[in-house]
Design a protein around this ligand. Structure first.
Ligand code: GLC
Length: 740
């Protein structure tokens, strides 16, 4: 026993002093601040304004954080003013939307998700932090982890798709990449889990619209990714614009204090979204900015992004006793804590670099690998990869050389001059070995001109294969960019029809910020590659795949509807009492003047099949894989146990490939209705041709918890199904029981 005590006696003071350092420093700083100093720390403004005005605000101590300045010379000058000339001397926290890469632009997050590769996502997130911190940024407004089940919503582009488990796992990867081993590392930046919460459920897929998420769905579908990030040490959270069930998130005390702080024990910083404090006024729950400020600070929103409501009214609210100074101090402590943890009080200035990592080979290579892994092959009638027999290629379409649009939404610091487009990469790859004719035919995706189509068809007749690059501009997705139609815009559809009519093998490549309704194009194309907006290296990634240097391994993180009328459509929907048979949806099968119930009574449409065009988890490869020998180690488990299963995976094709083995569980009966199935784990496995391996999973039973009839998170005893396969609709099935 004595042996144990001595080390403790030595370690404890060190531990205490180490822990107290942050707290002590915060208390020491807070103790010397005036009320004006404190309120200034809660004010965040855009830096893209008259710089002299920004400097004056810094000098007056009214800016705790500044967004969108990415010139370290400017951030250093503002920092010098803050540290040397402002009343409190407290450094500024410089923030930016660093969502999918910085100067080197990565695939949009929806594309990242299609890689199912959290390890590579973490690596590229770290590279992103290195690029961004070189420019003075220490706080990134990402990862975004809104669950998105409606492709009309433009911000699905920024999401990790429709699945709760995947969104949490990939968001944590970004948090780890951005924050690294320590926030004090000058190459680290604070992550920000957003948008808290439920923003992706916007009614009609129309951005900023009301959401109506009931308590159980909120807890089982929308909240878990944020909890995963809180548990992973995410430094901050951003509130969402939406009102859910009548309450705007930014002023929702249950959400920001009772749940986030009291139950989840979140110790980090909560920042509003852009103007969302004052947003309570148009929402109709606050009379004016003063009222909004009072509601939001009391709810637990620490920092006011760009509405100035706190700056203008907090002092009066405190002096009139309508906000307790303890509430103000609690918010200021969290701002100071983050700045201390980032080391800003020790070194407030942008880190100096000998050799820039921006656009370095290793950064670009990782971005290219992620772009390669994000591409999903949806169809391939033996036309890809292109082989020796291809001597002449026609490259067509408005996205074959769209360096700006290829980067996707929220690529604020991407430079299109660095984008490698498909035509650039194909020319590089082909050299003089394969002849390439390039006819865009359309100048951009909304171009309605058909003037070039005759020349295009003529060129297609001479080609061995046609590569058509279509899709949507980056402006068609992202914030405030929702669409009521997901069809290809402009004359793209007609262009593809003209090309298909020629009969030369047609490979159609989509670049888009969302699932588009592509059924007609799938019909007429011999192969389909879906590349999302693949970022700086997207063209090289696509050329590598098209010529077989890389075997595609992407899998859909979101369901593709047959038409926009099917939306919302997602794999983990409930059983309902009238499940579709799968045969519904053909108008020709409906007899004339028949009795009302002749078509049966199922949850389906009369005019389209109930199934999606492509389902969650789907994606093809140049090889084939076989899953066999599903073995579950323990058919009976307890709530505190683990489910251990294994399968054999064999590469039954002729070349190396990577498969994403997916594990889903489901149950028919419970105290509340359940989804048909839910993703609970996945693994990427690379095998050589003919090679086999055992793929093992160990899933904590606690991952199957849901909020029961009493609204208590619980693992319910009962019979469960477990499916392991390579997409959400197929695989080997077994059963297990959770015992009391
Ligand atoms: C925007 C977005 C949010 C972003 C913030 C700062 O309105 O909703 O995602 O981080 O403002 O640009």
């Amino acid at each position: 026993m004595k042996k144990l005590i001595t080390p403790l006696l030595i370690a404890l003071p060190l531990l205490m002093s180490a822990q107290q350092t942050v707290d002590e420093r915060v208390e020491e700083i807070l103790g010397r601040m005036t009320i004006e100093d404190k309120i200034g720390q809660l004010n965040q403004m855009d830096g893209r304004r008259d710089i002299e005005k920004v400097k004056q605000e810094v000098r007056e101590g009214t800016l705790g954080s500044i967004m969108n300045i990415v010139d370290p010379a400017v951030t250093d000058e503002l920092q010098r003013i803050a540290v040397e000339e402002s009343p409190s001397g407290i450094p500024i926290l410089f923030a930016r939307d660093v969502v999918h890469g910085f100067n080197t632009v990565l695939p949009i997050p929806l594309g990242m998700a299609a890689s199912w590769d959290d390890a590579l996502i973490e690596t590229t997130a770290r590279n992103t932090a290195i690029e961004a911190t070189e420019k003075g940024i220490r706080w990134a407004f990402a990862p975004m982890m809104d669950i998105a089940r409606d492709a009309r919503w433009g911000r699905i582009a920024e999401s990790f798709g429709e699945d709760t488990y995947m969104a949490g796992r990939l968001a944590v990867a970004v948090v780890k990449g951005y924050q690294g081993e320590s926030l004090t590392d000058p190459m680290s930046m604070a992550a920000c889990a957003k948008h808290f919460v439920g923003y992706g459920d916007a009614e009609g897929g129309r951005d900023y619209n009301t959401t109506s998420i009931p308590p159980r769905t909120l807890r089982d579908v929308y909240l878990p990714p944020f909890k995963a990030c809180v548990d992973a040490g995410c430094a901050s959270i951003m509130t969402s614009f939406n009102d859910n069930d009548g309450l705007p998130s930014t002023g929702n005390r249950w959400l920001l204090t009772e749940l986030l702080r009291d139950q989840w024990r979140f110790k980090g910083l909560v920042v509003s979204d852009w103007g969302s404090v004052a947003g309570l006024i148009p929402h109709g729950v606050a009379r004016d900015k003063r009222d909004a400020a009072q509601q939001c600070i009391v709810a637990g929103c620490d920092m006011d992004m760009s509405s100035r409501s706190y700056l203008l009214h907090m002092k009066d609210l405190i002096e009139k006793g309508e906000v307790d100074v303890a509430v103000l101090d609690a918010a200021v402590r969290r701002v100071l804590k983050l700045k201390v943890e980032l080391g800003l009080f020790d070194n407030p200035y942008a880190r100096k670099v000998e050799k820039s990592e921006i656009y370095s080979d290793s950064v670009l290579d990782a971005a290219c690998r992620l772009a390669e892994e994000s591409v999903v092959m949806l169809k391939n009638e033996s036309v890809l990869p292109l082989g020796e027999n291809v001597r002449r290629i026609l490259v067509a379409g408005p996205m074959a050389d769209a360096p700006y649009d290829q980067m996707g939404t929220w690529a604020l610091d991407g430079d299109k001059k660095h984008t490698v487009t498909p035509i650039m990469a194909l020319r590089e790859l082909c050299g003089d070995k394969v002849e390439i004719e390039y006819i865009p035919a359309l100048t951009h995706p909304r171009d309605k001109s058909t003037a070039e189509f005759k020349a295009l068809a003529k060129a297609a007749r001479k080609a061995d294969v046609v590569l058509a690059f279509v899709g949507e501009e980056q402006m068609m997705s992202g914030e405030a960019h929702s669409l009521s139609s997901l069809d290809l815009q402009g004359a793209q559809r007609q262009m593809l029809e003209e090309l298909a009519a020629v009969g030369t093998p047609l490979v159609t490549v989509f670049m888009a910020g969302r699932p588009m309704t592509i059924a007609p194009q799938v019909e007429i194309s011999d192969a389909i590659l879906y590349a999302w907006h693949p970022g700086t290296m997207g063209g090289k990634a696509l050329a590598n795949i098209i010529f077989g240097h890389v075997n595609p391994s992407g899998k859909l993180p979101v369901t593709f509807p047959r038409n926009v009328g099917q939306i919302p459509i997602y794999y983990n929907h409930k059983h309902t009492s009238h499940r579709a048979k799968g045969t519904e949806g053909n108008l020709d099968n409906i007899p004339r003047e028949a009795p009302q119930s002749v078509m049966g009574h199922t949850s389906s449409y009369l005019d389209v099949a109930p199934s999606p065009l492509f389902h969650f988890g789907y994606g093809l490869s140049y090889t084939t894989f076989e899953v066999s020998d599903l073995v579950i180690e323990n058919k009976e488990v307890t709530a505190d146990g683990n489910i251990k299963v294994s399968v054999m995976l064999k590469n039954t094709g002729s070349r190396e490939g990577t498969e994403v083995v997916q594990l889903y569980t489901g149950r028919k009966t419970a105290s509340v209705t359940q989804p048909l199935k839910e993703l609970k784990d996945f693994k990427r496995v690379t095998l050589a041709a003919g090679e086999s391996c055992k793929v093992e999973f160990e899933v904590p039973v606690s991952r199957l918890a849901f909020h029961n009839r009493d609204m208590v998170p619980a693992v319910e005893p009962g019979n469960y199904t477990l499916t392991v396969g390579t997409d959400s609709q197929s695989g080997l099935r077994t059963y297990f029981q959770i015992m009391n």
